[in-house]
Design a protein around this ligand. Structure first.
Ligand code: NOJ
Length: 726
């Protein structure tokens, strides 16, 4: 404990200590969580705010709506994560907030999870590096980062009731790794998950919170509960939980018709939401527990010291805070750059012959980028509004946003005919679902909608597509915290809309806005597909810049795309679980580890993404020192245009009797911009994780033998290999 903090702790009364470990109501109504200070000792209040896609101020205050975390992950670029983290922290600061409730870093175990858009990847290496980037960025601006939700919060369905039944090896090799990376990056706070792990609620988890996070990893910050996610007083305090949030019930149970003790908060429409009357567990009950000797006084001091320690670290105890910055040109530009860079070009084919009536000559070229002068039919139920994000605590209200329609119309030089072709797909807002307990002002959360009931028939879309050189169809899903997807189809009749447009124009491009993988049954019928995730406020500008080739689509898939029934964990026992237990029986074989082990061909593999440029790889070599193996490879851009390549290194371990390891695992990656005709030498540092596996008895173990490092463009597109002896 820092000397200054220790002195303060020594001066605090029991009552004052209690005030520092339990949330209270923010008198300004801005914070998501609020710790009142102790005026007598000059300890100021401490304010925590959501979330991972930008600041969600509770007073409706606006902020830059950044691309969803999954879009950020698709950039494979930790430097961009650092920039986004720093920008979000400056905005938190401008709203007077001290801690940001971000990043979220649970792995994408099942494609149905309603919060996959808030997370980074199905792969722990990618998730770890992006997590570390965001954490470093946030904390560089003297704001506390909060990595969440620790741990195995991989589904929203029954999230407050389910126990993730998961073995130690799987926890260590997959789910714990991004949290460890956050700790190594200096994260100030860890938020516990709502779920249980192996039967114990995460807020009470002495092993995972106390032993692993604090003792083994040396985490020195504070552990905060998820909102209303505290299970017990004594169990949590002794397990290592430091701060209860929000600490106060969000409404008076006496004054609502909702069945707060019954189904409304555990099942049915509000499945997955915590009981918002569950609060004040670290208030008086904690003081009483200390009096009774059930929680040692020194534990209470440690809790207080950890909270004060972070306040001290960011300069709050000295009143030494930067002003922050909100909605600056730099933040707008960053939101646009990340959205474009995270856009994945899944498919891009030329359409020979061409009897579509179009005038552009270059029929042998792929459909994208679109010629500046081409006439475009822009189709889609929601082309009039940007896709900001999914529903829930990450909902951010921007100052400024650009719809696909505005973006394409501003960029195109040919005619643009805009037709919806389908009724609007409604966003899911968690706050709408909570409206029955609270008065919710929705006027600020609407992003702006298109004209009602106009041009919404497929025939309108087909007519426009027939008359245009190129048809661009923008489709979307709708996901939310607190609810999983029922299936991976696009909602309503959007697949039929794509089919109809594709039948009318062979030069059809589909832009998919989704919070994770979706099924694309029309893949063979369209010329090009872009996965643009939830791009945030810069949606239209970003997609137009990629469609017209102003920016190279630099994104690569952070998650495998496949038909729903080919994913792992399809058995009910695994997901959503039976009797409140989800059995992680697939072990470490999640995402591409599963598809590789089965030899199954996904629709698009992990790491896939095309470029408008063309890259040739030289031979790879490797040099080792005591800490790492450095893999080097030269990448030449043979195209006449600049491009951005993501060089990926996967390690294939040797066969070891009795050990079932993934075929290959991502061990390193780097995103590089390469000028036309230029060659860049890319260096990838592989640490010990690259070769080791977790053995229940021995811990991290590297089996002796020959490891093959595959360097390439995706998990299935190997361009060079090199052997490493261990
Ligand atoms: C619950 C969510 O799980 C968490 O991510 C969020 O930060 C809190 N609510 C506060 O809104």
């Amino acid at each position: 404990m820092h000397e200054r903090v220790a002195e303060l702790v020594a001066e605090l009364t029991r009552e004052e200590k209690r005030r520092l470990v339990r949330g209270a109501v923010d008198p300004d109504g801005v914070a998501t969580g609020y710790v009142p200070g102790v005026e007598r000792l000059g300890i100021p209040p401490f304010s925590l705010v959501d979330g991972p896609l930008g600041v969600r101020a509770d007073d409706g205050g606006r902020a830059t709506a950044f691309p969803a975390s999954l879009a950020l992950a698709a950039t494979f670029d930790p430097d961009l994560a650092r920039e986004q983290g720093a920008a979000m922290a400056r905005e938190a600061r401008a709203h007077g907030q001290d801690a940001l409730l971000a990043p979220g870093t649970n792995l994408l175990r099942v494609p149905h999870c309603g919060r996959n858009f808030e997370y980074f990847s199905e792969d722990p290496e990618l998730a770890s590096r992006l997590t570390a980037g965001v954490v470093e960025g946030v904390e560089s601006e003297d704001v506390v980062a909060t990595v969440k939700h620790y741990v195995a919060n991989n589904q929203e369905r029954n999230r407050t009731g389910v126990s993730a039944e998961v073995d130690e090896r799987t926890l260590r090799e997959l789910y714990l790794r991004p949290f460890r990376a956050a700790v190594d990056a200096g994260v100030g706070s860890v938020m516990t998950a709502y779920n249980r792990v192996n039967g114990t609620h995460m807020s009470d988890h002495g092993y995972l919170v106390g032993d692993v996070l604090k003792d083994e990893w040396g985490f020195e910050g504070y552990v905060v509960s998820d909102w209303y996610g505290l299970e017990t007083t004594v169990g949590a305090a002794n397990a290592g939980l430091d701060l209860e949030m929000p600490g106060v019930a969000s409404f008076d149970p006496e004054e609502t018709d909702a069945d707060v003790d019954g189904d409304d908060f555990g099942a049915g429409d509000l499945d997955g939401l915590p009981d918002p009357t569950k609060a004040d567990m670290f208030g008086e009950p904690l003081a009483d527990a200390v009096d009774r000797g059930e929680v040692p006084e020194r534990r209470l001091d440690d809790m207080v010291g950890r909270v004060l320690g972070q306040m001290h670290r960011i300069g709050l105890l000295d009143g030494d805070q930067p002003d922050g910055a909100l909605d600056t040109t730099e933040h707008r530009e960053l939101a646009e750059r990340i959205a474009a860079r995270g856009t994945v070009l899944l498919k891009n084919e030329s359409v020979g012959g061409g009897d579509d009536g179009g005038a552009d000559a270059a029929r042998d070229d792929p459909v994208l980028p679109i010629d500046d002068e081409a006439s475009v039919a822009l189709v889609g139920p929601n082309v009039h509004e940007p896709k900001l994000g999914g529903g829930g605590s990450s909902e951010t209200t921007p100052f400024h946003s650009v719809s696909p329609r505005e973006g394409v119309e501003a960029r195109a030089e040919g005619t643009v005919t805009v037709v919806r072709g389908h009724s609007e797909i409604e966003d899911e807002s968690l706050f709408d679902r909570l409206a029955f307990v609270e008065e919710v002002d929705e006027s600020d959360t609407e992003a702006g909608t298109g004209p009602e009931d106009e041009d919404t028939t497929v025939d309108d879309a087909v007519a426009a597509a027939e008359a245009a050189d190129v048809a661009v169809v923008v489709v979307r899903d709708a996901t939310s915290e607190g609810r999983d997807k029922d299936d991976l189809r696009l909602p309503d009749e959007q697949d039929a809309l794509v089919e109809a447009v594709a039948a009318a124009n062979s030069r059809t491009v589909v832009v998919v806005n989704s919070g994770g993988p979706v099924e694309i049954p029309w893949l063979d019928d369209v010329a090009a597909v872009l996965a643009a995730w939830y791009p945030g406020q810069a949606d239209g500008d970003a997609v137009a810049s990629v469609l017209y080739g102003d920016r190279d689509p630099a994104g690569r898939l952070p998650t495998t795309f496949a038909p729903e029934d080919e994913y792992p964990a399809t058995d009910e026992r695994q997901y959503p679980g039976v009797d409140d237990e989800a059995h992680y029986e697939e072990g470490v074989f999640v995402g591409y580890r599963h598809f590789d082990a089965r030899g199954a061909e996904p629709t698009f593999p992990f790491g896939h993404g095309l470029s408008y440029a063309a890259f040739e790889y030289g031979d790879a070599d490797v040099v080792a020192d005591e800490r790492k193996h450095r893999v080097r490879v030269a990448v030449e851009n043979t195209a006449a245009r600049p491009g951005r390549e993501v060089v990926q290194a996967y390690v294939r371990p040797p066969e070891v009797d009795g050990v079932d390891r993934p075929v290959r695992e991502l061990a390193g990656f780097a995103a590089v911009s390469v000028d036309a005709g230029a060659t860049e030498t890319v260096e990838l540092d592989l640490d010990e994780h690259a070769f080791a596996r977790y053995d229940a008895e021995e811990g991290w173990t590297t089996d002796p033998g020959s490891y093959r490092v595959e360097v390439g463009r995706s998990s299935r597109d190997v361009q060079a290999t090199v052997e490493v002896e261990r």
